[in-house]
Design a protein around this ligand. Structure first.
Ligand code: EPU
Length: 425
């Protein structure tokens, strides 16, 4: 099992280009299943999660090819096994987003019910409520969700809000199914995340009729069929925000290219409050850290609020602020496994329910730490860049799920990170 050895502190400087979005690529790969024929997706990042999804699509009976340059082709001419098996879904719960497209395309789908994960319980009740309202009959058997549409799908008015607001993959599933349903579907309280906007734009290029894109009210007029597509996915705003937090914590100056600042207003707002300069230029921005920076309160929320996927990285940053901050998690109230690990590096964080009080400290100190999930691992790497000494981050397979060669890219900016074999299991 690989570990990262991170020598700190360093000051990051230089240029980095952001890759295509993981969380846009996954549902868009699922959308390709709606149309028989060959679809080509551009800008798909080379990540472990994309490999798992490729494996899933391959075993449906389709053929997926992935090139080094981020081009991914999906031949969805034939789907003879509309099943999402346990062995794949347990590796990546986003596999659940084949439910909607396969139901619409094949009239029947079986997907292993995803379990909880390090960031929370993560139920899929809203996905199922939405699909049932489109006419699906759904039951659970041997841990599998079995969804069928003996009569075909029919448009409906659906409210998709839950206890924590909208659902990203739930919206993706219902939206994809509705494109081929008879008549009009209205999804109220739809997720507005840029990844859902990207999915809806891609579906429209495939021949779907979706309006209200980017708003919480999506209107979908069903069509008889969709056609294959060539589509470029948007840049990854979470990867961009991770590099921003890294530049800031090291007092560095990094130009971040291929970054859509307009999708990141809540993040830019918090950075400026903290005292970090963010200046738009070219197809991205320059982020310049300061020697000492200010505390800030952060509350995660569905888009356009501050993203939960950057909560851990910004907590690492605030750990070194000149004063106290409060971080409130309103999307995944238990997503705090990084707190105890950051405290091992001499941060002063106190968890109170779904909030963490961050008392800024003067310095972080290197320690061996344990990655627990993708974004928590990114936070530990960011902390390691600023900490004095050699930080060892165990279980970096978590970070490989969502960041492509992160250590090499940080090293080009002046970091000293080596990937080494062995480490705590
Ligand atoms: N929820 C329900 N019922 C549902 C679905 C969700 O109660 O049926 C709750 C969840 O438990 C959570 C909240 O609603 O409290 C939001 O969950 P959501 O469904 O939006 O999350 P998701 O679609 O499963 C995606 C991303 C996550 C990201 C969240 C929130 C992908 C592949 N995953 O998950 O990304 O944190 O939206 O923005 O798009 C990551 O990339 O590290 C990651 C975890």
């Amino acid at each position: 099992m690989d570990v990262f050895r991170i020598e700190g502190p360093v000051r990051l400087a230089g240029h980095v280009d952001i890759n295509g979005s993981k969380n846009a690529s996954l549902p868009i790969m699922a959308a390709a299943l709606l149309a028989p024929g060959n679809s080509t997706l551009l800008g798909v990042p080379r990540l472990a999660d994309i490999s798992v999804f490729k494996e899933l699509i391959d075993q449906l009976g389709c053929k997926v090819e992935r090139r080094e340059d981020g081009v991914l082709t999906i031949d969805a001419t034939k789907i003879d096994n509309p099943v999402g098996p346990y062995d794949i879904v347990r590796k990546m719960r986003a596999s659940v987003c084949i439910l909607g497209p396969l139901l619409a395309r094949c009239g029947r789908v079986e997907v292993s019910m995803p379990g909880g994960c390090a960031i929370g319980d993560r139920p899929i009740d809203l996905h199922l409520i939405g699909l049932r309202q489109l006419g699906a009959q759904i039951h659970l058997k041997n841990g599998y969700v079995i969804a069928e549409t003996p009569q075909g799908l029919k448009g409906a008015s659906i409210f998709l809000g839950g206890p924590y607001g909208s659902t990203v993959l739930g919206t993706a599933n219902v939206l994809m199914a509705a494109t081929l349903a008879k008549g009009r579907t209205i999804i109220e309280s739809a997720a507005c995340e840029p990844e859902i906007t990207d999915l809806a734009n891609c579906l429209n290029v495939m021949g779907a009729r979706i309006s209200g894109i980017g708003s919480p009210r999506l209107v979908i007029d069903g069509v008889n069929h969709l056609h294959p597509v060539q589509y470029r996915v948007i840049p990854d705003r979470i990867e961009a925000g991770t590099f921003m937090a890294a530049a800031a914590i090291t007092g560095g100056e990094v130009h971040i290219g291929h970054c859509r600042l307009e999708d990141m207003m809540a993040v830019v707002d918090r950075l400026r409050i903290i005292g970090i300069a963010v200046e738009a230029n070219g197809d991205g921005c320059t982020v310049a850290g300061a020697e000492s920076f200010q505390p800030a309160d952060i509350t995660t929320q569905p888009y356009p609020g501050f993203p939960t996927d950057l909560q851990a990285q910004f907590m690492a940053l605030l750990a070194l602020a000149h004063g106290n901050s409060i971080v409130v998690e309103k999307v995944f109230p238990d997503r705090f496994l990084h707190v105890a690990e950051l405290n091992r590096m001499a941060a002063n964080l106190r968890k109170e329910g779904s909030a963490v009080i961050v008392a800024g400290v003067k310095k972080l100190v290197a320690a061996p730490v344990m990655a627990s999930d993708l974004r928590a691992s990114a936070a530990l790497v960011i902390a390691g860049l600023a900490a004095e000494g050699a930080t060892i981050v165990n279980r970096v397979y978590h970070i490989d799920r969502g960041y492509e060669r992160i250590e090499e890219r940080f090293n080009l900016l002046g970091a000293k990170i080596s990937r080494e074999e062995g480490g705590t299991v």
